[in-house]
Write a protein that binds this ligand. Structure first.
Ligand SMILES: Cc1ncc(COP(=O)(O)O)c(C=O)c1O
Length: 388
């Protein structure tokens, strides 16, 4: 190991949402924060050094994206996913959720139906409803061993002439599925049959654990690629979410032009100096760091799983195939959702994400962020023992 993921870094007082907005969301400030999906590890030094280097020049005026910005992602996708991305398909966006909203605004009309599959990342709900599209829910189904699946039978029944888009997360936050090639192919066929756009949020793509592999929906075949858009970013992978820099991948020329026009009309295309530098540096130099990070996170996932099995078997986990998030099922405790929440906040003093914020089928579930030094997880699990 060349990097130290065990180092505990005090983030309080840096305006980190996870720490400094805890009071606002949980009504108290003395909780151990394991909620917001960023990591408690240092942003890698090669990125910090590149940012410091830029600061040796005293002017931070309007700045274009560096020539190698998009190429750094093309090379990353080729190397890590054996996926050839054409430079024509790529454009910038100032954050992933913003790009989802822009795609919705530019490619669908008011009143159109858009499908999401809860439990899912809460901003998906508002990206649809907040932009005056009709939200259609196709909840994931959970099997006996706690694995979630897309409900294809129901999905096809939900589609009508008003349905224009399905929004997915791959890997899926919060349940940790890395959607298989077969699942995405099935979805792609359905999208072609019904002329739906697949809008795929792949921000967690770099976090997959063997034997699971990330399959970009666009990589499946040309027909599916023409119906699909991917939004992605190095922001989770390298802990640079505060820099609001991401990209969209749109092989369909007409869709791309519509997206670009909306970005232009809203004057959102510029980006920022530091985001540009961090993005390119991450993809150019981040491989060794990421490999070490992934093995540390895998160790954390195994640690949580076996600790719960041995000490608090009432709390069940789903298999985290990807992401640094674990989806904990408290239904075996026999408590109501509100009782579980109260115990977590007021007795265990833990700040986890409330499962209900991911949809109704998140009841009695809470999301645990394991991207933190193992010592922090040990402390948290010890506190969770009140449920044993
Ligand atoms: C699935 C998913 N999409 C998007 C985001 C946030 O992306 P951004 O900060 O670039 O809008 C998150 C952050 O937790 C996420 O989990």
């Amino acid at each position: 190991m060349n990097y130290n993921f065990d180092q505990i870094i005090d983030r309080r007082g840096t305006n980190a949402i996870k720490y400094d907005k805890m009071d606002f969301f949980f009504g108290r400030h003395d909780l151990q924060p394991l909620w917001v999906a960023d990591m408690d590890f240092a942003t890698p030094s090669f990125i910090l050094d590149a940012l410091k280097q830029r600061l040796t020049h005293p002017i931070l005026g309007y700045t274009k994206r560096p020539a190698g910005f998009f190429q750094s992602y093309i090379d990353w996708a080729q190397k890590r996913y054996n996926w050839t991305v054409s430079s024509d398909w790529l454009d910038f966006s100032p954050g992933v959720v913003g790009a989802l909203a822009i795609a919705i605004l530019s490619l669908t009309n008011e009143g159109d139906k858009i499908i999401i599959q809860p439990p899912v990342y809460p901003p998906f709900f508002n990206a649809v409803k907040g932009n005056n599209r009709q939200l259609v829910l196709n909840p994931l189904i959970k099997d006996e061993d706690g694995t979630y699946h897309m409900n294809f039978d129901q999905l096809e029944k939900l589609i009508d002439h008003k349905t224009k888009m399905i929004l997915i997360a791959n890997p899926h936050n919060p349940v940790g599925r890395v959607w298989s090639k077969e699942t995405l192919e099935k979805l792609g066929e359905l999208a072609i049959k019904h002329n739906l756009i697949i809008l795929s949020d792949d921000i967690h793509a770099d976090f997959t654990y063997p034997p699971h592999k990330y399959t970009p929906v666009i990589s499946l075949n040309d027909d599916i690629a023409q119906q699909s858009i991917i939004v992605t970013s190095p922001s989770k992978t390298f802990n640079i979410a505060g820099l609001s820099t991401s990209i969209v991948i749109i092989p369909n020329k007409k869709f791309r032009q519509q997206f670009q026009k909306k970005m232009h009309d809203m004057h959102l295309f510029l980006g920022n100096i530091f985001g540009n530098i961090a993005f390119e540096t991450a993809y150019r130099h981040g491989e060794a760091w990421l490999n070490e990070l992934l093995s540390y996170l895998q160790g954390n996932i195994e640690f949580v799983k076996s600790y719960l099995q041995d000490n608090i078997p009432h709390i069940k986990t789903t298999t985290t195939e990807g992401t640094f998030l674990m989806w904990l099922d408290f239904s075996g405790t026999g408590l109501s959702h509100q009782q579980i929440k109260d115990h977590l906040i007021n007795d265990a003093k833990l700040a986890l994400n409330d499962g209900l914020s991911f949809g109704q089928n998140g009841e009695k579930h809470f999301r645990l962020n394991i991207a933190t030094p193992r010592k922090n997880l040990e402390t948290a699990l010890e506190k969770l023992k009140i449920f044993s």
